[in-house]
Design a protein. Sequence first.
Length: 443
Amino acid sequence: MNNERRAGNTAWAIAVAAAVALAGLWAASALTPGAASAAPPSPHLSTGATTDTCAACHRSHTGQDENLVKSSVPQSTLCFSCHDGTGANSNVAAEFSEIPVTIPANDTDTSSFYSHPATTASTHTSAQVDEFAGVSNRHSECSDCHNPHTVSAAAPTESGSGWTASGALTGASGIAASTPLAWKNPIGYEYELCLKCHSRYTQLLSYSKESYKKTDKAAEFDPSTASYHPVEAPGKNTTTEMANSLAGGTRWRFTTASTIRCVNCHGDYRSFAGAPPPNARLAPHSSRYRGLLIANYRDRNLKPQNEAYWPADFELCFLCHSPTPFSDGSGGSRTDTNFPVHGKHLVGIATPGSDSSLDIDDTLDPGRGNAICAECHYRLHGTILAPWAANRGYSRGVNFAPDVQPRSGQTNPPGPPSPLWSGPASRTCSLICHGKDHDAKSY
């Protein structure tokens, strides 16, 4: 009996040694520049009872955690041993190595986030169990977004209910956009992964300052609301003007029947060098732009007196929407926007108002100088959580920032006074903006 046990132990030791040796061979051939081109299959995909690639990530006797992962926490230590440009096509390590040199460090005090902190050790145990429901337990270890055992190179596809999860997200867990919100494992749509941390399912970061608030994206993208960016369903503005606006976008070519991906706005700005299609790999690991945006967007700081219009302030918007109407200060009718005075607001407001404060959240000072998009489209994801309650049922993405004020003496029963827009039918505004009193001003 003892001889049989010794023989069994010896066989196990040989098997483990063989796996480790094969992992070393795999590393030598697949990870070393200039090595043999005939690399074995990826360890992510080689499965079965006789697989020998598990040892690329796991160790039977020296594993560092309950999953026997060979490297210590955080998970990125292990993942970056391949995803650093040597063993994998994607150099994710480089995206984090830019912090805080060319990419700012996250600043929780000002709600300014430039990366998902995958290199920070956390309380994460497994993405296959729910670690987020109703609690403040924010972390983004690599496997919170990626299931390393089921990933593939498959691209996401567009549907009328949103974009499907790409191969990089296959097997990941998330939140179904149902009522009530529910844990879903695995996800079917990309946005379901994002809702795991960016919806009311979990405990969102709390800020009193309006522009710092982290809002419930499940509520804002809900297709039953009046206005939303078309993540879960196509948008409701199907006018010819909107179609023409989308046709003139500088990067994406969506239509009024399209749905869009979260990563079309929150993604890898570096990818633009290759002019990627909308379904490209655009992972939001880190960005030089606050909010992990894929392009620049000015939304907190108002323009000072006489600061000229600068298209780069709104580069994010122009990825989808034609920039042409916004430099046209004539106020004349156009076929690529439903609001012909977009340009007049962005290029033609020189001195009205005051500029003792340039904070978009300052309700006492409406600013001086040309407008920014965020003053009339404050909550971009959807209008249902607009800071002015009277704006929450507005269409076309219209909802006003705190610096846009109701008219003096204005009443708005049954609620308090608010800056008002009549809607797309009559198109009038009643409000004070940049020192200008709009009394049911028609456009």
